[in-house]
Design a protein around this ligand. Structure first.
Ligand code: HEM
Length: 408
């Protein structure tokens, strides 16, 4: 748990595979902890993390330049300059009032009606994947279910050929690794190159929808209008790109971490099988218990004193969602996956102005996936339950690389 300089290491392989004991240690001994390796303050208590997420005036989302500086300093290449220019429009990298404006326009793509319209498409995708799994008998839940569900949903949303799903997720990977909270892990160059390729690809789709609008997400965003205010081309392309980046891996990992949790604690799987009315609550509980997004950074805009520590303007704060969601002050027996608990108040989908814009969509995907799997493959089992293959490449995004299973 401790590194050679006496601090707490959050980046070792063991901690990345199972960060929860380290979170518990920090929460009880040093809840506002300065971590040398991460170069910032690590907050682990539910009330501190929630308060910081609500206080966007002090805990700013404008952290991109600092992240770039941490990942190897200013790079004068045109690709990186363009990356920074576009990333400056990302909703999750800006504060009100700019954020309020952008979010209002982007919300037009995510009305409850727009999400409801997606239900038959998601149901069809899940049905086909479950059919294929049943026919095969043995499969990798990650490659054969958790990855293709959101990949095909986003292809459906954007009108992309399903065959392009792998290319698009590879681009997202490069960007995600860069954002992933480890100076050693991320390369801004790779992210910048991926971004440029993705921009060319998305620009073509935007132009097609502008010329020939449909009742779909891209068309709604291309035409989004708030009293005459519209997104310009850079704002639009960068946020279309953000939606893909923000939705793919998170949903894959919600499904993967959730299935791993439910299938290794079989009584919980049996409960949702017997009573499907528990499934929406089970989706919230798996996001609380082992969420895909373990932390979010914020940049301090002023000096703050918190639990006796002096946080300074310009420093980085790591708001540890994974730790907050297991705070015993907030949840009884927090290390137990319990599909019957009231998991509300978890910060796995955010809180405050940056609350996940895709929450409704991911909850729907989770509900359909669990309903279909528990109904069609009630005896689904992991074939190596004692050995979970955590990717362990990233402190921010937590997920599995493989999850082997069989129909009985
Ligand atoms: C279970 C899956 C998901 C999880 C766990 C998740 C988690 C999160 C979290 C924690 C935030 C807050 C970030 C912050 O405070 O800085 C967030 C924001 C966001 N999410 Fe999700 N997300 C998921 C699925 C999706 C999907 C499906 C989409 C898009 C279709 C999406 C798009 C976004 C966007 C654009 C933001 C930024 C919102 C803003 O800054 O106003 N997410 N998400």
């Amino acid at each position: 748990m401790t590194d050679p300089v006496g601090g707490v290491s959050l980046l070792t392989h063991d901690v990345l595979c199972d960060p929860y004991p380290t979170y518990a240690h920090l929460r009880s001994t040093d809840p506002v902890h300065f971590n040398e390796q991460l170069g910032g303050w690590v907050l682990t208590r539910h009330d501190d993390v929630s308060a910081a997420l609500r206080d966007h005036g002090t805990f700013s989302s404008r952290r991109m330049e600092l992240l770039v500086a941490q990942r190897g300093g200013a790079d004068p290449s045109p690709a990186v300059a363009r990356f920074l220019e576009l990333a400056a429009h990302w909703m999750w990298m800006i504060d009100p009032p700019q954020h309020t404006r952008m979010r209002k326009l982007m919300n037009q793509g995510f009305t409850p009606r727009a999400v409801r319209l997606l239900e038959p498409m998601i149901q069809g995708i899940v049905d086909d994947l479950v059919d294929a799994a049943v026919a095969r008998g043995e499969f990798d839940l990650m490659a054969d279910f958790c990855f293709p569900v959101p990949a095909l949903v986003i292809c459906g949303l954007y009108g992309l050929p399903p065959a392009d799903a792998r290319m698009v997720t590879d681009w997202c990977d490069a960007i995600k690794v860069f954002l992933g909270a480890s100076p050693e892990l991320g390369g801004v160059q790779d992210a910048a190159v991926a971004l440029q390729e993705m921009i060319d690809y998305l620009t073509e789709i935007m132009e097609r929808r502008r010329a020939d609008p449909r009742d779909d997400l891209v068309s709604r965003l291309v035409t989004a209008d708030d009293d005459g205010d519209r997104m310009d081309a850079d704002e639009l392309v960068s946020n279309l790109l953000l939606l893909i980046t923000a939705s793919f891996e998170t949903t894959i990992d919600m499904l993967g971490n959730g299935l791993a949790g439910l299938l290794t604690r079989r009584d919980q799987w049996e409960l949702i099988k017997r009573d499907p009315a528990l499934i929406p609550g089970a989706v919230e509980e798996v996001i609380r218990y082992d969420g895909p997004v373990q932390l979010t950074h914020r940049l301090l805009t002023g000096d703050v004193e918190l639990r006796g520590k002096k946080l300074r303007e310009g420093q980085l704060a790591y708001l540890m969602r994974g730790a907050a969601n297991r705070d015993p002050e907030r949840y009884a027996d927090p290390d137990r996956l319990d599909v019957t608990r009231d998991a509300s108040g978890h910060v796995g989908l955010g809180l405050g102005v940056h609350f996940c814009i895709g929450a409704g969509l991911s909850r729907l995907e989770g509900k359909i996936a669990l309903t279909e799997l528990t109904t069609r493959i009630p005896d689904l089992v992991l074939t190596e339950p004692e050995q979970l293959h955590w990717r362990a490449d990233n402190l921010q995004f937590r997920g599995l690389s493989v999850l082997r299973a069989s129909t009985s």
